[in-house]
Design a protein around this ligand. Structure first.
Ligand SMILES: [Zn+2]
Length: 342
């Protein structure tokens, strides 16, 4: 990136109400067949325009073509039965009825490549594409086949690598893997989680990112956050291994969290997408608040590696609030960019 402090969002943005019921995760589509395909493309155009209007530098599809950041990818794989459901605990936090792994997993077809090509046609700006990470994928499934979390993660890593290579060929500049599970299963992250992620990015020439957060602003997550105490030191467990990995960018949650900022020191040398926008509140940050967060981050990350971002996806927010937050992110970054260049 030639721009200093390039802004971006973690990934998901609100969907228009004609596409799916707003302010809701797993919201069902309102259309079907060809109408749905056309509507998703229209929504992608709208979400892109919202980002461009706000002045966001690295744009995304706002995840307009997927119902959920993990499930939609898995729906396109062989070996997973969505009818055969079991109740499991998601990231040790809440129970959910999930599909079962019933056979060897493989990719039936490209999942997001057509969408990525469509986004590429619409803009000259750098584009970022999100995929779920291997460890977060295994945590949304019941595995009655491999009966090994590690084995299943490696299988998913191979599949993700196939998809990522096609996304790169479609002109995606940054491929991001969402790994909220990295904030929960520390021993596994260090034993094989980061290694599986490196398998997923093997051979890629585009930039790669991993997003690690404390989850969407839904009740199960905000309740969990209340139990984490006055200092959230989860990143401390995984950053030393990530620092040694070949992932280029780490996207982390910071704004309104209890994450001690000095933990960023542990990934010195990496580019850091610093969460300067809280996605769990409807209160829109002022540009000065955003600038302040970035000013403080500069103590732990070099200016050319500082990427202002949101804490997580904004899918559950209203479009109006998300629009305000995009603008605040842009304006706050602009204030600080000015200071740095003077
Ligand atoms: Zn997140």
């Amino acid at each position: 990136m030639n721009t200093l402090l390039p802004t971006s969002t973690v990934g998901s943005l609100p969907k228009p109400s004609w596409l799916a019921e707003p302010e809701k995760l797993w919201s069902p589509w309102k259309l079907q067949g060809d109408e749905l395909i056309a509507a998703k493309q229209d929504a992608l155009r709208v979400t892109l325009q919202e980002q461009l209007n706000a002045g966001i530098d690295i744009v995304s599809d706002g995840e307009q073509t997927r119902q959920h950041f993990v499930t939609t990818f898995i729906e396109n794989l062989n070996g997973v039965d969505f009818e055969k459901r079991k109740t499991v605990r998601i990231r040790n936090r809440y129970d959910a009825s999930v599909p079962s792994v019933v056979g060897d997993v493989s990719r039936q077809r490209s999942v997001f490549v057509d969408d990525a090509k469509f986004l590429r046609q619409q803009t000259q700006q750098p584009i970022k594409w999100c995929l779920p990470g291997p460890m977060t994928m295994i945590n949304t499934l019941y595995d009655g086949h491999y009966k090994s979390r590690e084995k299943l993660a490696w299988e998913f890593a191979t599949i993700l690598n196939q998809e990522a290579k096609e996304l790169e060929a479609a002109g995606v500049d940054i491929i991001q893997f969402d790994e909220p599970a990295f904030n929960v299963f520390f021993d596994e992250v260090n034993d094989w989680g980061i290694a599986a992620l490196e398998r997923a990015v093997e051979g890629l020439k585009c930039e790669t990112a991993v997003h690690i957060c404390y989850g969407y602003g839904i009740k199960a997550n905000t309740d969990w956050k209340k139990t984490l105490g006055s200092e959230w030191r989860q990143y401390e467990e995984t950053f030393p291994t990530l620092q040694k990995s070949n992932i280029d960018i780490i996207s982390l949650e910071y704004q309104n969290s209890n994450v001690p900022m000095d933990l960023m020191e542990l990934i010195r040398g990496k580019k850091i997408m610093v969460g300067a926008i809280d996605v769990a509140t409807n209160t829109i940050e002022t540009p000065e608040e955003v600038a302040n967060t970035l000013r403080r981050a500069l103590e732990f990350v070099d200016a050319d590696k500082l990427y202002p971002c949101t804490n997580c996806g904004m899918a559950p927010l209203s479009r109006e609030v998300a629009r305000g937050k995009l603008k605040a992110l842009h304006d706050g970054a602009a204030i600080f960019r000015n200071e740095l260049s003077n």
